[in-house]
Design a protein around this ligand. Structure first.
Ligand code: ATP
Ligand code: MG
Length: 760
């Protein structure tokens, strides 16, 4: 069987072991995902019906790529395989079975914004302090409960949980969870965690349904198994219980979602759950050079909790890992962009060969700016999804209401947008009446006379009639015709058209783009049902990577390390290796959190195929102030023999310097400055003169000017901060403060009477 020739003997054995429980726990780049791909192809070649295979991947993109590869081996049969993320696969099953657990089949999927909005309303109604009951905190707590399959009823009965909540002063948590769950249910909506929680409920309460899927999915495979949570673990276990043809692959060293409830126990339990389990070890890394693999090994060795593995590469030793230092986040962007530019031409690479990985989304700004300046095309992955934009959400809210008028969040969003004279007071009245009668706001507005005392704006009735007309239309028309009609008759298109600002134009174009997407969907030939309801089904689960029209464009990829899991790039830049950023400040309180950060670093490093760059900045803007940064402890953990320090970006410093020199400089700067006010303990000290003096050499004709006529928009040069543009001026003479955006160091506020500025 020639198609199995691209496997080494151990991989091949794992592929051919199609029956019974199989586990592959192996290091990064050792071919785990490749084994799953080949295994599926092999199953189909052996005669297994492609409808009987379920593959759970980490992203929908990973599933698409896997399907493409399988198609090469088995042809169009690959179309029938159930393949996707846990959320998308089980949302699809829930659509079919929802009524069995009391939901409409066109239930809405609430995204995180919707969930937060529901919680805000609950907190308001319960008169609770939203600082103590911070929305993110509350949502995390509810999410963790659901992922551990704790219902609100159990939550309220569990003495330990109750005691913990009371001791932290949050005794109302259980009640909030109850109200939140009740509201979502009443609105016919499931949040992201519900997609797994309700699947568990469905499989538990309906043995016939469980039985059906157990027999349907004769072969199950799960990629990135180390990042499954309890809820996911149980679904897999239940579905596999009859045939036990379950193959999971993962790497404990890459477990990076503990904060979301992923549990390494799932790997350890596996042996207990399946005593006749076959375990395969893959040790050869096919992705990276020896230097990169060695660096990765030397990083992960510092973790106490790990399953021992011996990972090696037989590729060439390769270049050493280049460590680059910058004096600011903006300069870091600049040296990364320049290095990419240079490597591309000297090595004859495409832009697509490069990836920049960072710990937090906020770091993309300085990278983007620098890339843009040099005209380097790039794409941000996993950023704000197209579907998260306000105008898109507005139009989609109309679609949501059309199919599920009980969807309270959608109703609140558009009942008075575009403005139609339904004020907040009316909306509040409607919601209060709905709560009083235990019905949905929609039920109130279709029969206002029955539920509302006194008069309410006639516009409410007109709104209800309009939504009803959309409902009638959507039953018979194509997705595109319905969508266009709704965009026009809701007034949304007109409202955006009339907004002639640049943003307004942009929003209008985005709506056009959404409509074009729906049109394409309406014209697809490979699906039978093309109604708007079908288009809408998993819109809430789409990320901007799924909506990538230019996926073949040659661009540099930017993404957080979390979203880089499973991917590989020839040239990788891991940026921001600084204490309190990476490892993150929040991880410094416990060993297990710190170890998770280290695993994250391991993931980042192991994405690189032939060349890895690591960078850090010695100062960075955070929350509007410049803070000085200490190099990350992770840098010290790497055996220096694999590193090449490139400090050319700061010619003023000794190029043989080590991280320790930076650390010494950092602790010197950290000494309390006797002239300034004490700084909050949580903030690293502001480092200015010493460092920035080196940064900018004033131009020859620099001389401080009279700034009394300074105006917004003027370009200036500052003695130390360099060139910038005035963004705003506040205060009265002589205490006018100017906010200036400096090219090199970003935004800064200066008191004009002291600032040494030269107006250009
Ligand atoms: P990660 O832990 O990062 O998810 P992985 O273990 O899933 O990695 P893959 O992505 O499957 O690893 O494989 C890494 C790279 O090595 C891929 O480019 C893959 O095609 C290649 N590869 C794996 N096994 C072989 C092999 N036997 N021969 C040639 N190339 C291989
Ligand atoms: Mg993989």
């Amino acid at each position: 069987m020639d198609y199995l020739q691209g496997l080494n003997p151990e991989q091949r054995a794992a592929v051919e072991q199609t029956e019974g429980p199989v586990m592959i726990i192996a290091g990064a780049g050792s071919g785990k995902t490749r084994v799953i791909t080949y295994r599926v192809a092999h199953l189909i070649r052996k005669g297994v019906d492609s409808f009987n295979i379920l593959v759970l991947t980490f992203t929908n993109k990973a599933a698409r790529e896997m399907r493409e590869r399988i198609t090469h081996v088995v042809g169009t049969e690959a179309k029938n395989i159930w393949m996707g993320t846990f959320h998308s696969v089980f949302a699809k099953i829930l659509r079919v079975e929802a009524e069995k657990i009391g939901y409409p089949s066109n239930f809405t999927i609430y995204d995180t914004d919707d969930s937060k909005s529901v919680l805000r309303a609950v907190l308001k109604e319960m008169n609770l302090d939203d600082k103590l009951y911070n929305v993110n905190f509350v949502l995390n707590r509810i999410s963790a409960s659901k992922n551990n399959l704790i219902s609100w009823q159990e939550y309220n009965k569990n003495e330990q949980i109750q005691a913990d909540d009371f001791s932290s002063g949050r005794g109302q948590m259980g009640k909030i969870y109850e109200m939140y769950a009740t509201r979502c249910y009443r609105a016919g909506a499931m949040d992201f965690d519900d997609l797994l929680y309700k699947t568990n409920e469905l499989l538990k309460l309906h043995p016939d349904v469980l039985n059906k899927y157990q027999h349907k999915f004769k072969y199950l495979m799960v990629d990135e198994y180390q990042d499954t949570n309890f809820s996911q673990y149980l679904i897999v276990k239940k579905l596999a219980a009859v045939n036990e043809n379950l193959c999971v692959v993962g790497d404990d060293a890459q477990s990076i979602y503990a904060f979301r409830g992923a549990n390494i126990q799932n790997i350890l339990n596996f042996e207990k759950d399946y005593p006749d389990l076959k375990v395969f070890k893959l040790e050869q890394n096919y992705r990276s050079t020896q230097n990169i693999v060695n660096v990765a090994n030397s990083i992960i060795r510092n973790n106490k909790e790990q399953l021992k593995k011996n990972v090696f590469s037989e590729k060439e030793a390769g270049d050493k890992i280049k460590v680059m230092r910058a004096f600011s986040d903006n300069e870091e962007g600049k040296i990364v962009a320049e290095a990419i530019m240079q490597d591309r031409s000297s090595k004859g690479l495409k832009w697509g060969a490069f990836a920049i990985l960072y710990r937090t989304n906020a770091q993309s700004r300085s990278m983007e700016e620098a890339l843009r300046k040099l005209g380097i095309p790039y794409k941000i992955y996993g950023g704000l999804s197209f579907y998260q934009r306000k105008e898109i959400k507005d139009l989609i809210a109309y679609f949501r209401l059309t199919f599920n008028p009980n969807d309270e969040e959608a109703l609140k969003r558009v009942i008075n947008y575009p403005k139609r004279g339904i004020g907040d007071t009316s909306v509040d009245k409607i919601i209060v009446a709905a709560d009083q009668h235990g019905i949905t706001p929609w039920e109130v507005i279709v029969e206002p006379g029955k539920y509302l005392e006194g008069k309410i704006s006639g516009a409410v009735g007109t709104f209800a009639t309009m939504i009803q007309s959309f409902q009638v239309l959507a039953r018979t028309k194509s997705a595109y015709e319905s969508a266009l009609y709704i965009a026009q008759h809701s007034g949304l298109l007109k409202d955006l058209y009339e907004d002639k600002s640049v943003e307004g134009l942009n929003r209008y174009e985005n709506i056009q783009e959404l409509l074009n997407g729906i049109k394409e969907f309406s014209e697809r030939e490979d699906i039978e049902e093309k109604g708007l309801d079908i288009f809408m089904q998993d819109v809430a689960l789409l990320t901007n990577d799924d909506n990538d029209k230019n996926k073949d464009a040659d661009t540099v990829s930017l993404m957080t390390i979390h979203s880089s899991k499973g991917l590989e790039f020839p040239q990788v830049y891991v940026v921001g290796l600084e204490e309190n950023l990476f490892p993150s400040q929040m991880s410094l309180n416990s060993r297990s959190d710190l170890e998770e950060e280290r695993r994250l670093f391991y993931v980042a490093v192991t994405r690189a195929e032939s060349k890895l760059h690591i960078s850090y900045a010695t100062s960075r803007f955070k929350f509007g102030t410049l803070i000085s940064c200490e190099p990350s402890r992770f840098l010290d953990e790497i055996d220096p023999k694999f590193l090449e320090l490139d400090y050319t970006a700061r010619p003023t410093t000794n190029s043989n310097a080590s991280f320790d020199d930076d650390r010494k400089a950092w602790s010197r700067d950290k000494q309390p400055d006797t002239f300034s006010k004490p700084k909050p303990a949580s903030q690293a000290p502001v480092k200015t003169t010493a460092m920035l003096a080196k940064a900018h050499v004033p131009s020859a004709n620099f001389k401080p000017s009279d700034t009394s006529n300074l105006q917004v928009g003027m370009e200036v040069e500052h003695e130390r901060f360099g060139f910038g543009k005035v963004i705003s001026l506040e205060g009265n003479k002589p205490d006018i403060k100017a906010t200036i955006f400096f090219k090199e160091i970003g935004q800064k506020q200066l008191l004009l009477k002291f600032a040494k500025l030269y107006i250009i």
